[in-house]
Design a protein around this ligand. Structure first.
Ligand SMILES: Cc1ncc(COP(=O)(O)O)c(C=O)c1O
Length: 347
């Protein structure tokens, strides 16, 4: 299918809002074009609507052409933007897997799309052989999350490539946790995106880059789709301090690498310790910055940890995630404290 046919009818013909900072991009002049305040507060000017400098920094780190980038107010904004721009409400559908990140489903419903949920199999993998049974000519999007939240496992790139070859809609690969995967660059679908224009990769500065509070999500897609999404997104969706701070953070790849290495090491330390603990019936291996574990008394354990000042997440999602808890990896000291509490837990 042509790219144009995979865009919602009204978006295909939409003339986007043209903002002042888009029509004139020079510097060193008197700006009387955007109804801003002339008094310098540090923030009296609107930010760059296309975040050009930040995109250059992201492009360098990710090894992609900046023309293939769109940045969102978190990748959550990009998930919504993708569905809003491609699905005709009341007509089109999208496919999500369960358990996975629930925003795909929420955004699908918000945008009036039919959401088709496919359960993951026992090994927390999509049913690769049968998933096309749920696809029809109205299926616009398919969301893969790898490593998957909350299961922590990764889905083979080769399988995703096979789907991209066959599926005629948008294949969205959410790689929010890919930075924690050892050899993540080779495992990433960014390489697929270059060959398959209907593949869209989502990443974020919220996890490994430690900037969840800034809200910067990264979309990597073909330039045609980027052009449509740019027309739909609010013009100033990444604020000035967020753009500045993200550019600064992306320049310090040494700190990034060191912190990722520590988190990965700590994840493995926690994993090995959890395996030895009687309170867990099952601990799942993870390639992300969290661990999933099944605990028969999950509610009591959760309450006990909260009482002692440690908050984790209940992920009791039957049938696959019966009585499961999700633990984000903290600093070494926080993880020590968690393990100490778990070891002393008396019911
Ligand atoms: C798989 C996945 N995708 C996307 C997001 C949203 O990230 P952002 O902070 O970039 O909106 C999360 C957040 O937890 C996530 O787990």
């Amino acid at each position: 299918m042509e790219i144009e046919q995979l865009i919602r009818d009204n978006i295909r013909v939409l003339k986007g809002y043209s903002c002042a900072r888009e029509e004139f991009t020079g510097q060193g002049v008197t700006f009387l074009d955007a109804n801003e305040s002339p008094y310098d507060t540090g923030y009296n000017r609107y930010p760059d609507p296309y975040q050009r400098e930040l995109k250059e920094a992201v492009a360098r780190v990710k090894g992609v052409d900046p023309r293939r980038l769109i940045l969102g107010n978190g990748s959550d904004e990009l998930i919504d933007l993708l569905i809003r721009s491609t699905c005709e409400p009341g007509r089109d559908n999208l496919i999500v897997f369960s358990p996975s990140y629930s925003m795909y489903e929420v955004c699908g419903h918000v945008n009036g799309a039919e959401v088709r949920v496919i359960d993951l199999g026992d090994h927390f993998e999509p049913p690769w052989e049968t998933l096309f049974d749920r696809v029809d000519e109205r299926t616009r999007l398919l969301f893969f999350c790898t490593p998957n939240n909350p299961t922590g496992n990764r889905w083979p790139l080769e399988r995703i490539r096979e789907v991209a070859e066959r599926f005629t809609g948008w294949v969205v690969v959410d790689e929010a946790y890919m930075d924690f995967v050892t050899g993540g660059e080779a495992a990433s679908a960014i390489s697929l995106q270059a060959r398959f224009p209907r593949v869209v990769v989502l990443q974020t500065l919220s996890k490994a880059w430690g900037l969840a509070g800034l809200r910067v999500g990264i979309g990597i897609a073909c330039p045609e789709l980027i052009a449509y999404l740019n027309r739909v997104k609010p013009p100033y969706n990444i604020n000035t301090p967020a753009q500045r701070a993200a550019i600064e953070a992306l320049a310090d790849t040494a700190t990034f690498r060191e912190r990722v290495a520590t988190i990965v090491r700590e994840r493995e330390r926690l994993y090995r310790a959890f395996l030895e603990m009687a309170c867990f019936e099952r601990v799942y291996p993870s390639e992300a910055n969290f661990l999933l574990a099944r605990c028969p008394a999950y509610g009591e354990l959760y309450d006990y940890l909260v009482r002692h000042g440690v908050v984790i997440r209940v992920r009791h999602i039957p049938p696959l995630l019966e009585r499961c808890l999700r633990f984000s990896v903290g600093t070494p000291a926080e993880n020590d404290r968690l393990m100490e509490l778990l070891l002393h837990w008396q019911r």
